[in-house]
Ligand binder design. Sequence first.
Ligand SMILES: Cc1cc2nc3c(=O)[nH]c(=O)nc-3n(C[C@H](O)[C@H](O)[C@H](O)COP(=O)(O)OP(=O)(O)OC[C@H]3O[C@@H](n4cnc5c(N)ncnc54)[C@H](O)[C@@H]3O)c2cc1C
Length: 380
Amino acid sequence: MRKKNNFEVIIIGGGIAGTTAALYLEKQGIKDVVILEKAKFPRLKPCTGLITSAAYKLLLELNIDPIKDLNYLSSHKNKGIKIFYKEKLKKEMHPQAELFVLEEAVRYNFDDYLRKKTIERGISFQEKIKINNIDFEEKLISTSKTTYKYKYLIFADGINGYSAKYADIKEKNICLEAVFKTEDKNEKPFYYLYFGETEQGYAWFGRTLQHCTIGFSDKYNSKIDYPAKLVAFAKKRGYEIDQKIVRGAFTPIAIAKNLTLHDQAMLIGDAAGITNALTIEGIYGAIFSAKQAANAIKQDDITLYIKGIDPLIREQKTAQKLLKRFFKPIFQFLMWEVYDRIFPHHITEGYDKIILEKKYSMDQAFKQAIKKFNPFRKKK
Ligand SMILES: Cc1cc2nc3c(=O)[nH]c(=O)nc-3n(C[C@H](O)[C@H](O)[C@H](O)COP(=O)(O)OP(=O)(O)OC[C@H]3O[C@@H](n4cnc5c(N)ncnc54)[C@H](O)[C@@H]3O)c2cc1C
């Protein structure tokens, strides 16, 4: 039998953005969908696997419950999240909202779990496909296997995929991590954040029930030996790690130049550059943008995609501006030594409502904080 190669929607890339786009389309009744993925799954994807409650809620909308199905997610609700600045403990936060972490702290199994969900729901997931050319006029994709025809195209191929030439994202951070099993069964899960370790980002050290995850994000400088830097950071935490287990990737810290192409294609997830520049949270943005792309296709109007992801675009622009200042000593001093002493609950509340639950935007929150903090403001 000849394989079908004409689809209403073709999705390039089968990571979180690609699979959830297919699942949102399926939810809307659009099943004539194929995912074209270059790798063979399960494939390795450097990512700590922290899932905020807002992202988890989106997964539930799709009837995807990794906690129930995978049975090994630990949550950091009410557990101490400690923040250090230059090795000094600045704050211990006890979030009320949940921060889930994949037990293995990697996306190897999680992305494969999503791949299986798409197949279960009747979506074709084709692996080891190399895209050779896309003819936007004829709506044809020629690949290493065959030529496909489509009506709509979704690029969910990450930061270095085929769509990178259209996205043209110049601003990127380097993000490194190492995940290893720990024998120590007495330790409880924790998550520590370290500011002041890198110039334009933060470092982390956390553990789930049996694994440790350690890593950092920073501005890329080709002269720095980042893996050696991570090994040294782990040593300071009391762990000797082999440089071979260090993995890294770039994360976008700016929105793509083009989010739609020729009224028929949309860039989503990392391909669109919506991983939050400050927090490096990308899972939420991947699913949220997937939802907006599916909605635009359902309505047969690509312009709805840009409208739909507007909150993400605005958030990324704020994060990008903040990134240049947030990790500087003066900002850190004002935040921990001044602001946090006057308003001790605000930062934890902000972490819950802005980062984990996404009830407010960063922009709104910072404007409010500055207003409160301003000694010259007129009291009502
Ligand atoms: C070290 C590190 C830690 C992170 N930790 C977190 C975290 O804890 N929480 C969080 O929310 N975010 C985290 N992020 C960010 C998060 O991993 C990404 O934002 C997220 O994976 C983006 O999903 P995506 O589906 O857009 O892209 P990806 O996950 O990169 O998926 C893209 C897919 O496209 C495929 N592909 C690429 N090119 C082609 C092509 N030409 N043809 C076909 N297929 C192609 C790839 O093989 C891949 O399967 C982290 C990132 C890094 C680097």
